[in-house]
Design a protein around this ligand. Structure first.
Ligand code: HMG
Length: 409
């Protein structure tokens, strides 16, 4: 594998998301659309829905607590905290500093937020890996959290590609899950108006079909850049990978991406070779994305969780490629390998129990939640009540008092 010393990679992973979801067939029927368009055309089965009390901070904290607890990591060992998000809760104050307080991290843990649409967490991940490789970490680990709520608006073309959730990723020099090969990372940046959210809007604007073209162009360019940097470009070939993981705004997008990936590696690839490759390297790891929807910057890492939760000892050492795409746009392609001993940790990152506990909403209830969330940031409005949304226990946003966000303990 294209690798560099010292080793660096992913030591812990966890997903946490809203307590509620809607079924895509229910949504299609309510919108007068053939359900097959959403379930097959887009590949989505369910969509996580955030209540007004669940925001980028609460989801990030819950995912991070799970990662630290399930992988037995002492918060005192975290020396960098990055939250990647395009759903910030303040124009100036980073989500990360709220998370820092709730996790009880050290005062000398550097803490910041990254924003570049769905590329934000990957930017934080590679910067954190560089921090470790540089020696500045002095044995400490980095915690990167991707946390977002995807909102396009009721009845919009983007509505079936919404979702919400957070993925927490711990990076260390002794990774237990996934070693990163940082020697040949392919990067790509280009200013395009494919998807954006102006300061005055809670919902995103998208030039949907153009955004798909931008994504695919970024994929080709990122792969070309990675190959140009590699001493052994063939080692990056998709057919060597046990898994090819992509940013997943909707499941069908990963299929389009894999077709482009294969065509980039081997022009003229036939339909049956593509179908075989897709079924083996991509489709099996999209089940969580199909249940959660687009969680923006965490979507790629949700697919990585789906891959890693199924590994056994025979998969250790196998390689996987990761492609991150953030509209606007920024992208990155890199490869890594399943760490030795990773299979022993596979069940620790499985979010199945969390997803099974979710509450199915009617479309009416989803619409009420969405409308209520639009005004959840209003100053000195009546306090938000988690019980109204059947949320149970946990950390919740309770409203804004005297211009300051208030959270439950
Ligand atoms: P649309 O125009 O409503 O849908 O918008 P469509 O007409 O393109 O149909 C979608 C698919 O369903 C097509 O499949 C149809 O054929 C199929 P395809 O041809 O693409 O393979 N279809 C059916 N299949 C079975 N039975 C049927 C049926 N009818 C149609 N009856 C679009 C779709 C994704 C554009 C829209 O939802 C949208 O604008 N979403 C938001 C933008 C987006 O997700 N872009 C993705 C790339 S950009 C990105 O990933 C970045 C992002 O995550 C943001 C960030 O970086 O932060 C978005």
């Amino acid at each position: 594998m294209n690798t560099i010393q010292p080793a660096v990679g992913i030591d812990a992973l966890a997903f946490s998301g809203p307590r509620s979801y809607i079924d895509m067939v229910d949504l299609a029927e309510a919108r007068g659309v053939d359900p097959l368009k959403f379930t097959q055309g887009l590949g989505q089965l369910q969509m996580a829905v955030a209540s007004p009390c669940e925001d980028t901070v609460t989801m990030a904290v819950q995912a991070a607590r799970a990662a630290l607890h399930n992988f037995d990591i002492d918060p005192a060992d975290i020396g960098t905290l990055v939250v990647g998000t395009e759903t910030g809760v303040d124009h100036a104050k980073p989500v990360a500093v709220y998370v820092h307080e709730h996790l009880g991290l050290a005062a000398n843990c550097r803490t910041f937020e990254t924003k570049h649409a769905c590329y934000g967490a990957m930017a934080g991940l590679t910067a954190s890996a560089d921090w470790i490789v540089s020696g500045r970490a002095r044995g400490r680990k980095a915690l990167i959290i991707a946390s977002d709520i995807a909102r396009y608006g009721l009845g919009s073309a983007g509505e079936p590609t919404q979702g919400a959730g957070a993925v927490a990723i711990v990076v260390s020099e002794r990774p237990r899950l996934f070693d990163l090969a940082l020697g040949c990372v392919g990067d790509y940046t280009r200013q395009v108006m494919d998807f954006w959210r102006p300061l005055y809007s809670k919902v995103a604007f998208a030039d949907g079909h153009y955004s798909i073209d931008c994504y695919l162009e970024a994929l080709s360019a990122s792969i070309a850049d990675a190959k140009a940097q590699s001493t052994d470009p063939e080692s990056l070939d998709s057919e060597r990978m046990a898994a090819c993981l992509y940013h997943v705004p909707f499941v069908k997008m990963a299929r389009k991406a894999h077709l482009r990936h294969l065509q980039t590696d081997r022009p003229g690839v036939g339909d049956s070779a593509f179908a075989e490759s897709y079924d083996a390297r991509v489709a099996p790891w999209l089940t969580l994305n199909a249940q959660v929807g687009n969680i923006y910057t965490g979507s790629l890492f949700l697919a990585l969780i789906d891959f890693l939760r199924r590994i056994d000892t025979g998969s250790e050492g196998s390689e996987a490629s990761l492609f991150a795409y953030g509209s606007g746009c920024g992208a990155c392609f890199l490869v890594g390998r399943v760490s030795d001993g990773a299979a022993a940790w596979a069940s620790n990152l499985d979010p199945a129990a969390h997803l099974d506990r979710r509450h199915r909403l009617s479309v009416d209830a989803y619409e009420q939640m969405t409308v209520a969330a639009e005004s959840a940031d209003a100053n000195d409005a009546p306090a938000l009540d988690p019980e109204q949304w059947q949320l149970g226990d946990g950390l919740f946003y309770l409203g804004t008092r005297d211009h300051k966000r208030v959270y439950s303990a």
